[in-house]
Design a protein around this ligand. Structure first.
Ligand SMILES: [Zn+2]
Length: 375
């Protein structure tokens, strides 16, 4: 039966009936129709109109409610209660003085969401002992010792020996963070010095058969040249927060480099990031947070794990505590990267986890020890 039959009613009455429907006076309207018109047929029409309207209102409400919470690249799970995936944070700085006081809390919160390990990278002689001490206290921390290009001007004449001692005394440690930086953050740092310090540390990584976590800003050509002349690297190179070109991916892959993605990826144009990601072999993808830096953008801030002002963060921060990155935000990196790769989050989590376990399973690493304890 079509809606055309409503022509038997005066126009004003139809409008009045619809108006009543909108105000959910559905029951009285039905009774009204039956009593007044004694027409079963009209009741059916009203019922249909009412159902359509209610359906429309429900759909509208759903759209309004969901638009506040579901952005395209957000993790879909209730992370804290039901960790569905295991993740490995391949590069972060939980020893950073800005978050050192709250690090045990952040580690526990991230562990609760399924993050099992954190490759914590030292950046200067001053913080190597902090990384070591945290690694001794937390089985989930993989210590990395290295001199970051931003801090080379503070190095002591004995820095290389000290680094060797740390790597010898801590066979579970990898090398990092080391690298090259031609960006604005390093414009006052002598580049020739950077190259020299970087080469020496790459040699050390080879000598100790440990992977090295590499920082590179606007110096990818030089990086490739140096890796080619220093390599091969059987223990692997972690190109941390990689935002280089797709074209260079095969060249770096030949040298046994892994590509580690963090919130910095969100600063790349999405189409360019997608093209680059699709050029990376699956067995070379890693995920990281670079926490407390690189807080993911392109994400609803309400859905991020935050470090609050009320937490015991270091006084005198140059930025508000809320702008610091939490290691549990690796779930947002997973969601973003899997979205661009058009693959399931679970599949990317599994692959990147296996890759990280491969990289960080050098002789005497904590992962090898964990494996031995299980057998
Ligand atoms: Zn870093």
């Amino acid at each position: 039966m079509g809606l055309g039959t409503s022509s038997v009613l005066p126009r004003t009455e139809v409008i009045f009936s619809l108006f009543k429907l909108l105000f959910y006076d559905f029951r009285s309207l039905s009774i009204y129709s039956i009593i007044k018109k004694k027409s079963q047929c009209l009741c059916v029409i009203y019922l249909r109109v009412a159902c359509t309207l209610i359906n429309f209102i429900v759909k509208l409400l759903r759209i309004i409610c969901s638009s506040n919470t579901a952005l395209p690249f957000e993790p879909s799970k209730n992370l804290t209660k039901n960790p569905m995936v295991k993740l490995f944070d391949s590069h972060c700085h939980l020893q950073d003085s800005r978050i050192y006081n709250v690090a045990p809390k952040l580690i526990q919160e991230a562990l609760d969401t399924g993050v099992t390990h954190f490759a914590v990278n030292g950046v200067s002689e001053k913080d190597w002992y902090v990384v070591k001490e945290m690694s001794d206290r937390h089985s989930s921390i993989i210590p990395n010792f290295g001199l970051h290009p931003w801090f080379i001007s503070e190095r002591t004449p004995d820095w290389l020996n000290t680094l060797k001692q740390f790597l010898t005394a801590n066979p579970c440690a990898a090398v990092g963070e080391i690298g090259l930086d031609k960006g604005s953050m390093a414009k006052h740092i002598d580049y020739t010095d950077q190259v020299e310090v970087f080469r020496l540390q790459l040699q050390l990584a080879k000598e100790f058969k440990r992977p090295a976590s590499v920082h590179c800003v606007s110096a990818f050509g030089d990086l490739l040249e140096i890796l080619e002349s220093t390599g091969p690297f059987p223990a692997g190179i972690v190109l941390h927060s990689y935002i280089g070109s797709a074209e260079m991916v095969p060249e770096f892959s030949k040298l046994n480099a892994y590509f580690s993605f963090s919130g910095h990826l969100m600063s790349m144009k999405e189409s360019k990031a997608k093209q680059m990601l699709k050029s990376v072999p699956f067995e070379r993808i890693l995920l990281e947070t670079d926490a407390p830096d690189a807080r993911p953008k392109s994400v609803d801030p309400k859905s991020l794990f935050l470090i609050n002002e009320s937490d015991d963060v270091e006084d005198g921060l140059s930025l508000p505590a809320e702008s610091l990155n939490h290691p549990a935000n690796i779930h947002h990196i997973l969601a973003y990267v899997s979205g661009l790769l058009e693959m399931e989050e679970e599949d990317l989590a599994r692959m990147s986890y296996e890759n990280a376990v491969r990289v960080f399973s050098y002789e005497s690493s904590k992962l090898v020890q964990e494996g031995e304890e299980r057998h």
